[in-house]
Design a protein around this ligand. Structure first.
Ligand code: GDG
Length: 475
């Protein structure tokens, strides 16, 4: 492997390999000050853990510290294969090409995508390094599952090095329509990269359709009913596999006595008759500006009484070195400050804004505490927060306001759906959700819960992998 002292040392041995930008573990320092690792929280790791353990799996990814070279290690029965990134590559491949070019372009260009040739060069060489690492560890005829927009060239690179492998790719974010995608100076390379996979998976059918149309028009590939034919006559497939959550785990967490007590405490502290909640990474795709403006107007007009209602927004810090994210934070904090300055009273602010990350149990307590969950992204691949809220409503009440531009809107039809660009419409739907009768709320929540519990993260992984031809034992 390039830049890796192990090169040539390791015989291919893993039958199932996941390749993701980040490893499935994060660094911790224990009480004695020693460095260690803990499994990253998150659905993907949870979903793939059993199959990784059953199949001698390996996980290829970056370990999170620039310029550091690490040997492979085992964590909790899974082999971790760290890929090195230099400080410069982190800036150009990750912050640049991934998060300031592809991320905005793939989200309807809601922020302006920047195109820089040196970012692209870094993207190519880092993708090559990930592909080489996967090629090196995967055994003859094994399976590699590549994740997300940072690694779109890996499927083709891997296919060229190792034609014996089964290769899957899953895109967690939207795949844009042709009219936008064709801005990309490296559009052909990206499309070719993706078509290296046997299955190219998207969150929604629209993403798969956009992709198929593009490879027909740009690469001249024949496509039929989701299948495509490469230059060499071999075939692949593009389809939707809507990702989900570990619904039972969230339900159990929400029912834990400590969570129940914490939810009660949150309500007591907020001292409001009705609690609205937003939980998002602080990202311009999440529609925070519009949402906060909508709440500001509702409080200002008296349609929501600032003495009786509170809107709690958790905005988890994210990509803080990228300019657009700094600007967003400033904008949001100005907006919240103005509204609270105008409408607040001593000891009482209508908007409770928290720029911080919290443990998962605290998130479950917040979901449990909130009467109305407001999820209004301008564009979102899926949006797991919406599904988590539903899973945590164990008593069958609560109301979900959901943007029609989240992938989740296709499944969560009984939510109060909104167009987040239409501030008046959004205000009205927020009020509708808040004032619906308990019977109406329960009716909708029952349907939402049925959907989330019958389509969880295990179903997602199983359906993708079985289409790829991997035997997965049902749990
Ligand atoms: C991408 C796509 C797609 C957030 N704050 C905290 C915290 N979270 C957790 C949530 C949820 C996850 O992070 C966020 O997932 P989302 O799906 O809402 O959004 P993205 O981060 O943008 O994820 C998205 C997803 O990939 C999966 O394919 O759905 O469309 O953009 O699980 O709970 N968790 C904890 N503390 C926090 O402060 N513990």
């Amino acid at each position: 492997m390039t830049n890796n002292p192990r090169s040539g040392d390791v015989a291919p041995h893993a039958s199932f390999v996941v390749v993701a930008n980040r490893l499935a573990v994060e660094r911790i320092t224990d009480d004695e000050g020693d460095l260690g690792w803990r499994t990253s929280p998150g659905g993907l790791v949870t979903a793939l853990e059993p199959i990784m353990k059953a199949k001698e799996g390996a996980w290829v990814g970056w370990h999170g510290s620039p310029d550091e070279e690490l040997e492979p290690f085992e964590h909790d029965g899974i082999e971790m294969i760290p890929v090195r990134l230099s400080e410069e590559e982190f800036a150009e491949f990750y912050e640049g090409m991934s998060n300031a070019t592809l991320w905005p372009l793939y989200h309807d260009s809601v922020a302006f995508p920047e195109y820089h040739r040196e970012w692209w060069d870094a993207y190519v060489s880092v993708n090559q390094r990930f592909a080489e690492a996967a090629a090196e560890v995967t055994e003859e005829g094994g399976t590699v599952w590549v994740q997300d927009y940072q690694l779109q060239l890996v499927p083709r690179m891997l296919r060229e090095m190792r034609p014996d492998l089964k290769i899957g790719f899953f895109l967690h974010i939207p795949f844009p329509p042709q009219e936008l995608f064709q801005q990309l100076p490296w559009r052909t390379e990206i499309l070719k990269g993706l078509t290296g996979a046997d299955i190219v998976g998207f969150q929604v059918p629209g993403g798969a359709a956009n992709f198929l149309r593009l490879i027909r028009d740009r690469l001249g590939y024949e496509t039929k009913r989701g299948e495509f034919v490469r230059d060499d006559g071999s075939r692949g497939r593009a389809a939707a596999y809507p990702i989900s959550i570990d619904a039972n785990a969230f339900q159990d967490l929400a029912n834990h006595p400590d969570t129940v007590a914490r939810a009660e405490q949150i309500r007591e502290d907020l001292d409001a008759e009705i609690m609205f909640l937003g939980v998002d990474r602080l990202d311009y795709t999440k529609g925070l500006r519009q949402r906060i403006r909508a709440f500001g107007e509702l409080f200002q007009s008296g349609q929501l009484d600032p003495e009786k209602a509170v809107f709690l927004q958790v905005a988890t810090p994210s990509r803080e070195r990228v300019d657009e994210y700094r600007r967003l934070r400033d904008d949001i904090e100005l907006l919240v400050g103005r509204i609270n300055g105008d409408m607040g009273q001593i000891g009482r602010s209508p908007i409770n804004y928290l720029h911080s990350g919290y443990p998962r149990q605290e998130m479950a307590a917040l979901y449990r505490a909130a009467d109305v969950m407001v999820v209004t992204p301008l564009r979102d691949g899926m949006n797991l927060v919406a599904k988590e809220y539903v899973a945590c409503r164990t008593s069958g009440d609560g109301a979900l306001v959901l943007s029609e531009f989240a992938g989740a809107a296709r499944e969560l039809k009984q939510a109060w759906q909104v167009n987040p660009y239409d501030i008046n419409g959004m205000k009205q739907r927020i009020l509708d959700a808040a004032s619906a009768t308990p019977t109406e709320k329960r009716r909708r929540m029952r349907a939402l819960r049925r959907q989330v519990f019958t389509h969880d993260i295990n179903n997602w992984a199983e359906s993708f992998l079985s289409d790829l031809g991997v035997e997965v034992e049902s749990k």
